[in-house]
Design a protein around this ligand. Structure first.
Ligand code: ADP
Ligand code: MG
Length: 334
């Protein structure tokens, strides 16, 4: 029997990548979140073949200092928190310091980055976690991360990738959600060389929504503007003229973070009572602000699941917020 020993770094990274990097979508999410955290107000997302052959995110954020670039790819290396206390006042989307390390462990990555203090940028190529090139390049301030050949060195994972169409629609959902979460950022999304959408830099959430959705949704929006004792909720929810057969157009952000919360959907729908047809669901775009200490975002590496300290209270506030939006007009007018 082998002695009990510590695994080498490459193996540790590959194993952990299994949790953070499930599919092309998770890479897109992690990279865009990094661009947002870097203070970018222009982000271009480019994918090919459902992200399998290429994912490239370009931002005009603050860039990575040249002597920090290698650290950025080391596991548990982050510039965003210093101790677990910082989790209670988290203002960034990232904090675990494992996305770049995980992505680099299971693909080929090319990073180009420059800060304002540097004249030249730095280009670094990493294959399966190993640095194969580092050189100066001319480039604008900001960062580009290109990921190719996803899972080329993890055949077992590669086998489980779904069709290009299915991976690509999975990616669309996250790009739309992240674009909605930051209206001050202009997002450009290019899928197989085709510009799928572009959002404006705006301070009005409704401009972002209208750049992403059809007119019938836009025309049905009701403003949500609710202030409770600890929670405030803003955004839009649809009136009774609009509904869908699924919940894909229900988008919720907590402190700027896109989240998935099944029970919350039920509470949103409860506000509609029985006014929508059976098995039909409203669309909503809700931004919830709550003191960070009342939320735990550290439930899962993907950070899309969160826990509220007082879930019932928050869910009831959501229901109340949507209810008052619906009743701010005479919904019985038809
Ligand atoms: P985390 O986001 O949890 O800190 P990551 O592995 O995603 O971990 O990134 C590691 C570090 O690399 C970040 O803390 C940040 O300092 C830097 N970084 C990553 N992407 C960018 C980017 N697009 N612009 C500037 N810095 C970045
Ligand atoms: Mg990150």
């Amino acid at each position: 029997m082998a002695a009990i020993h510590l695994l080498d770094n490459e193996t540790i990274n590959k194993i952990a990548a299994g949790e953070v990097i499930e599919n092309p979508r998770s890479i897109v999410k992690e990279l865009i979140e990094n661009s947002i955290d870097a203070g970018a107000d222009e982000i271009t997302v480019e994918i090919k073949n459902g992200g399998k052959s290429l994912i490239r995110i370009t931002d005009n954020g603050k860039g990575i200092e040249r002597d920090q670039v290698e650290n950025a790819f080391k596991r548990h290396c982050t510039s965003k928190i210093s101790s677990s206390d910082d989790l209670n006042s988290l203002l960034t989307l990232g904090f675990r310091g494992e996305a770049l390390a995980s992505i680099a462990a299971v693909s080929r990555v090319e990073l180009i980055t420059r800060t304002n203090d540097d004249i030249y940028g730095l280009k670094m190529k990493i294959d399966g976690g190993e640095i194969i090139l580092k050189e100066d390049v001319g480039c604008p301030v900001g960062t580009t991360v290109a990921v190719t050949d996803l899972f080329y060195n993890v055949p077992a994972r590669k086998k489980f990738l779904r069709s290009d169409t299915s991976e690509s629609s999975n990616i669309n959902e996250i790009v739309v959600s992240l674009a909605l979460s930051k209206e001050y950022i202009s997002f450009k999304y290019i899928n197989n060389n085709y510009v799928a959408f572009r959002t404006p830099k705006t301070d009005n959430f409704i401009n972002t929504i209208s750049s992403l959705y059809e007119k019938d949704l836009y025309n049905s929006l009701l403003k949500v503007d609710y202030k409770g004792d600890v929670v405030s909720i803003t955004g839009y929810t649809t009136n009774l003229n609009y509904y869908r057969g699924n919940r894909k157009q229900q988008v919720v952000f907590v402190n700027g973070r896109f989240i998935k919360h099944r029970r919350m959907s039920f509470f949103v729908e409860a506000a509609y009572n029985t006014l929508l047809p059976k098995n039909k669901y409203p669309a909503c775009f809700l931004k919830i602000e709550i003191p960070p200490s009342l939320v735990d975002v550290n439930v899962h590496p993907a950070k899309t699941e969160i826990r509220f300290q007082n879930e019932e209270m928050v869910l009831n506030e959501v229901k109340r917020a949507v209810y008052s939006a619906l009743h701010s007009i005479n919904i019985m007018k038809e």
